[in-house]
Design a protein around this ligand. Structure first.
Ligand SMILES: Cc1ncc(COP(=O)(O)O)c(C=O)c1O
Length: 380
């Protein structure tokens, strides 16, 4: 078969999230957003980016990214886990997706064989390792979306790569300190050669309970991926990073990312500095106030409809179970709700490996009207 013949016959699907968002009727409201699109961006981010344009922001940076940004990321991580970091431990990437990609690529080149991802997961966790020919397995979760420690223990091999995500997408679940400790105890005993990739992109978006603490505080063999897409409400600036415990691993990741992106966009890296340094914290606090209020609004509607859910306390999603209402797969329901005049977009759980759920984003300015429409649809 020629390239052109293969091109003509191969499917290159876009993520299910995009499919449903694209089906939205002109009069529809989106509760499908994976970003804080309508939330105000802190001026310090914009000022830092603008100022950089007259001060090096239009040049290339090092392959590992802007040293100033890497130093503040290192300093913040040191506060999280007490380990000593320098800029040599940090690799700046084009968003967290690129951070996950290049980390998995590097571990694959170093001989990793298998990646374990949560049973309910952000879709790229499965797709990226599959692109490198790695075996991908899901590990079980408890009914409230915690890690099922016994289930994970039963399947764990010493050289596995395990992806964790707290605060979670699509669940909104934040692991407690006790849960993190329990998981770390298991991993210290059994994951002697592999690594954890801890996706902490929602770490600052916790609106109830104790603040989030990096998993690397609990387990040494943790590679942290994080970025400003969510906490800065600037997903389009595409800045993320990887934090590795050893400079050697960070160097390997840098080398493997250089062939993909060369360097991350410079002005955008300057924009990330005030977020990492905590200068935008009062803006983030306001996001969290709004997210909690929106969460409470959504749960009031779900309660009225007797729809079961796990109460989220971080990120900006809720992931109710609609099995008893629309059946085992919510995709058709979501598509028809999106296409309807005066409809609403919610994301089918199949995009996250849980087909009988839907993901509702708490980040819409139109959440009240969106939930009114959702309730009406559920009652009709
Ligand atoms: C859990 C999680 N990780 C990574 C990403 C990708 O982040 P970025 O937009 O910075 O690439 C997302 C985006 O929705 C996410 O929800």
């Amino acid at each position: 078969m020629t390239i052109d013949e293969r091109l003509a016959t191969t499917e290159f699907p876009l993520p299910a999230i995009r499919e449903v968002n694209m089906a939205k009727h002109a009069t529809g409201i989106s509760l499908g957003l994976g970003e804080l699109k309508t939330f105000p961006v802190d001026n310090k981010i914009i000022e830092a980016m603008n100022a950089s344009l007259l001060n090096g922001g239009t040049s290339y940076t090092q392959n590992a990214g802007l040293p100033e940004l890497r130093r503040v990321v290192a300093a913040q991580q040191e506060k999280q886990d007490g380990y000593s970091y320098t800029e040599e431990n940090v690799v700046v990437t084009v968003g967290v997706q690129n951070a996950v990609y290049t980390t998995v690529k590097t571990l694959s080149l170093l001989g990793a064989k298998r990646v374990l991802v949560p049973q309910v997961n952000f879709g790229i966790y499965k797709k990226i390792p599959a692109e490198f020919g790695l075996e991908v397995c899901t590990y079980p979760l408890t009914t409230d979306f915690g890690v099922d420690i016994n289930g994970l223990s039963a399947m764990l091999k010493p050289d596995d790569i395990i992806i964790i995500n707290s605060p979670g997408n699509p669940t909104g679940r934040v692991f407690s300190a006790e849960e993190q400790q329990q998981l770390a105890d298991l991993l210290r005993e059994k994951l002697t050669e592999g690594y954890v990739i801890s996706d902490e992109i929602y770490g600052r978006l916790v609106y109830e309970g104790a603040p989030f603490r990096s998993f690397s505080n609990y387990f040494e063999r943790t590679i942290v991926v994080d970025g400003i897409s969510k906490s800065g409400a600037v997903a389009g600036l595409r800045v993320g990073w990887v934090i590795a415990r050893t400079a050697r691993l960070a160097k390997a990741i840098t080398s493997n990312n250089a062939t993909i992106i060369s360097t991350p966009p410079t002005a955008n890296q300057f924009a990330a500095i005030p977020v990492v340094e905590g200068e935008t914290q009062s803006t983030i606090d306001n996001y969290n106030i709004i997210l909690k209020r929106n969460r409470d609004l959504v749960t009031r509607v779900l309660d009225r409809l007797y729809i079961p859910y796990v109460l989220p306390t971080g990120s900006f999603y809720i992931f109710p179970d609609l099995k008893d209402f629309v059946g085992e797969n919510t995709k058709e329901f979501c598509l028809s709700l999106a296409k309807k005049e005066n409809g609403v977009v919610v994301i089918p759980g199949v995009a996250f490996g849980a087909p009988n759920h839907i993901r509702i984003s708490l980040a819409s300015a139109e959440i009240e009207e969106g939930m009114r429409r959702f309730e009406k649809a559920m009652c009709s």
